[in-house]
Every structure is written in structure tokens, then in C-alpha cells.
Write a protein that binds this ligand. Structure first.
Ligand code: NAD
Length: 381
């Protein structure tokens, strides 16, 4: 069988789902690999590099979809791509089926099997395929780098002949995968880093990364906004008031604020309000990683960099992984390759779509003409 990666149709997307390195591994699983000409260019992988890794470079998207049995891509398919699918083909990409019901039905109608990388269950065994985490890690890192390039000062404190420089103070709100990556990056650059999350269990992780947990004075517990399975739930009004009061207290002192707070299935909670932005020093920077879901900051505009009246820069880009396309493609193509490994038990280039396997079942959103989303809860944790 053949695995192929098309060029991403969106001009805003620089990532690619197959790299020369992942293609070598896919060939070890018994697959022939195809790539559409130019697909890796924006991520730094030339057609020549693919050819050297034994990949066949095809000239058009049509040819790629016609020749490949498994199509691996990054963004959800466009309608024109879905029309090229058919029975016996497997598409693996981000899909966000809950938000893309019509697209899912169109994909189902082709008879192709669809695997959504964003639906890989978050259980230990599936961590190697967890593309949401690998991309969130990049977003968290890049948020700090982006903040730094918009900030006119050092992160680290210095004593120089020209004077003493205080370290920057960074606040990270939300300590999930992206937030922890941001904390790690900010502390490694020498900033004094504070972090806050509604889930009290992350305090230890935050502190072990060299940041300070911003505790609230709330009847001795932060538990209020924590839901099951490691995700957050909306906070009670009392808890929210305490949280906002804490942020108000911190605002004048923070140079950089990175917000990453999300609650599954809801708009991002508004946590960094207009008055907090107004209380910050000119030249301070806010990077809002929740911009795509409406933003944690009142002033965020998705995909834009705005400057407030008092000179605070607010960055709402939603494409941080694509801005680090080489790294993101390397990690994403590895996530895909691990998915292919599990789909190829015989390592013989024969895809076995085992719907009894929790991880494969969880990620499969359409199978042999039927919609299989949402999946039943996983049997094993
Ligand atoms: P997420 O993107 O859904 O949310 C980001 C963070 O925002 C979370 O930590 C959440 O608690 C926090 N948040 C929500 N509301 C907030 C508020 N009002 N104030 C402050 N913070 C708020 O989270 P994620 O990065 O996808 O991770 C969610 C969980 O999944 C974590 O517990 C993580 O450890 C777990 N996880 C497990 C696996 C695995 O086992 N394979 C893989 C990835 C993540």
C-alpha cells in the first residue's frame, strides 16, 4: 500500500504531514511513500530530500489522491480534497469533528475511513500519537519567543558595566501542555515566572519547573474549577472574583502574560480584562494562546497583533505551530507514523483498521460509510 502527503491547500499552513525522516520509517513498515511536489518546501524539506529518502514525488494533488491508499495531512480536508476520496482509502489529519459536522458527513459519504488526529484518546499508551500535545508544546514555546521579540528588554537579570538590569516577570495563566512549555521556556531564559491554574494538582509541576504558583486566598483550595480527567470546568462566581482580584494585583508588576486557559467544549474564559491591560506598564506583552476560541484577554483579536492605548502589545496569532513548521512537521509526522505503526501490526505494508483497539477506535470518526463519532469511552486507561 501507499502512503501519500499532499501539499496543504491553505496558504497559511507551512507544516507538512510527512518528512523525509518519517518516510524512511513508513517504508520500514512496508509502505511505499508519495509526496506532492513542493509539499515540504515551507517547512524546509525539498523534493530532492524526499527523493533521497526513497519517496516518489508526484506533480499534482489529483495524482496524489488517486495513487495513495492512505492520505496523511495536517489541516482538515477541503471539500475539493474530500471529493477525491473513496472506499478503501484512509485519510489521517486534524479534523475537529464536533465543529465540522457537515464536512464529516461529506467525508463519510465517500466511503473512506477517516482518522482525526485531534481525537486520539489522551491515555498513556497513545501519548506518542498525541498531536494536540505535540503542537501545544510548540505553541507554548513559541508564545514566549514571540513575547520576547516584542519586548524591548532582557528576560534575564544582568549586572553590567552599563547598569543593572532587572529580570522580566512572566505570568502564565493555564498550566496544561502549552502553559507548562511556556513556563519551561520563560524560566530557562531567566525570567521570574509565575503561573496559575484552576487545577491544584499542577502546582507541583509548576514549582518543579522553577515557577511560582500564584495561590488564591479561597477557603484553602483551588479545586473549584477542576473537572474530571485533568480538564477544567467553569469556575464559580466567587472563585472567579478571587482569581480576577489576584490578576489585578499582579498586573502592574508583570512584563509578559501568556494565557492558555481553555475549558473543553466552551469559549475561552475571559481572565485578563481590559482594566488589567490598562494597569500594565507600557512595553509589556500579552500572548493569548486561547485566541482561536475567543481569547482569554478582552483586547485579543484572533490572528492579529494589537497595541493598547497604554502601549501594551497583545498577540492573538493562532498559527504558532505553523510558524515553527520544521519542528512542528517533524513532531506531527512522527505522531502520524506512530499511528501508522499501530495500523500495521504485521509491518508488511498492509493496513489493519482494528476498531477493537481503543486508540484507533477513538480516533476514527468515519468508517466504511458510517459516522463513528463520538466514540464510546475507552475501556483501558
Ligand atoms: P487545555 O488546553 O484544555 O487547557 C489549558 C489549561 O487551562 C488547563 O490546565 C486548564 O486547567 C486551564 N484553565 C482552564 N480554565 C482556567 C482558568 N479559569 N484559570 C486558569 N487556568 C484555567 O489543557 P491541555 O493542555 O489539553 O491539558 C489538559 C489535561 O490533559 C492536563 O491534565 C494534561 O496533563 C492532560 N493530558 C494528558 C495526556 C495523556 O495522558 N496522554 C496528554 C496530554 C494532556
Amino acid at each position: 500500500k501507499r502512503v501519500g502527503a499532499p501539499r496543504e491547500r491553505s496558504t497559511a499552513e507551512a507544516r507538512v504531514a510527512m518528512t523525509p525522516e518519517s518516510a524512511l520509517k513508513l517504508q520500514k513498515l512496508g509502505y511505499e511513500c508519495l509526496i506532492e511536489s513542493g509539499a515540504g518546501k515551507a517547512a524546509g524539506f525539498s523534493d530532492k530530500a524526499y527523493r533521497e529518502a526513497g519517496v516518489t514525488v508526484v506533480e499534482s494533488c489529483d495524482e496524489l489522491y488517486a495513487s495513495a491508499d492512505v492520505i496523511a495531512k495536517v489541516r482538515p480536508p477541503e471539500v475539493a480534497e474530500i471529493e477525491k476520496l473513496g472506499p478503501g482509502k484512509t485519510l489521517i489529519s486534524f479534523f475537529y469533528p464536533a465543529q465540522n459536522a457537515t464536512l464529516l458527513d461529506q467525508a463519510r459519504a465517500t466511503g473512506a475511513n477517516i482518522i482525526a488526529m485531534d481525537m486520539v484518546p489522551r491515555i498513556s499508551r497513545a501519548q506518542k500519537m498525541d498531536a494536540l500535545s505535540s503542537m501545544a508544546n510548540i505553541a507554548g514555546y513559541r508564545a514566549v519567543i514571540e513575547a520576547g521579540s516584542n519586548f524591548g528588554r532582557f528576560f534575564t537579570g544582568q549586572v553590567t558595566a552599563a547598569g543593572k538590569v532587572p529580570p522580566a516577570k512572566v505570568l502564565v495563566i493555564g498550566a496544561g501542555v502549552a502553559g507548562l512549555a511556556a513556563i519551561g521556556t520563560a524560566t530557562s531564559l531567566g525570567a521570574i515566572t509565575y503561573a496559575f491554574d484552576v487545577r491544584p494538582e499542577v502546582a507541583e509541576q509548576i514549582e518543579s519547573m522553577g515557577a511560582e504558583f500564584a495561590y488564591l486566598d479561597f477557603a484553602g483550595t483551588q479545586q473549584d474549577g477542576a473537572a474530571s480527567g485533568g480538564y477544567a470546568a467553569p469556575s464559580s462566581p466567587e472563585f472567579r472574583e478571587k482569581q480576577l482580584a489576584k490578576f489585578r494585583e499582579l498586573a502592574p508588576d508583570m512584563d509578559i502574560v501568556i494565557t492558555t486557559a481553555l475549558i473543553p467544549g466552551r469559549d475561552a474564559p475571559k481572565l485578563w480584562l481590559a482594566d488589567m491591560v490598562a494597569a500594565m506598564k507600557p512595553g509589556s506583552v500579552i500572548v493569548d494562546l486561547a485566541a482561536e476560541r475567543g481569547g482569554n484577554c478582552d483586547l485579543t483579536i484572533a490572528d492579529q497583533r494589537v497595541v493598547s492605548d497604554n502601549g501594551v502589545v497583545i498577540i492573538g496569532y493562532t498559527d504558532f505551530p505553523s510558524r515553527m513548521a520544521a519542528q512542528a512537521s517533524t513532531l506531527y509526522s512522527t505522531n502520524i507514523r506512530h499511528m501508522m505503526t499501530d495500523l500495521t501490526p504485521g509491518k508488511d505494508g498492509k493496513l489493519v483498521h482494528n476498531m477493537e483497539d481503543d486508540v484507533i477506535r477513538g480516533a476514527t470518526i468515519a468508517f466504511e460509510g458510517a459516522i463513528t463519532f463520538p466514540p464510546p469511552p475507552p475501556k483501558v486507561q
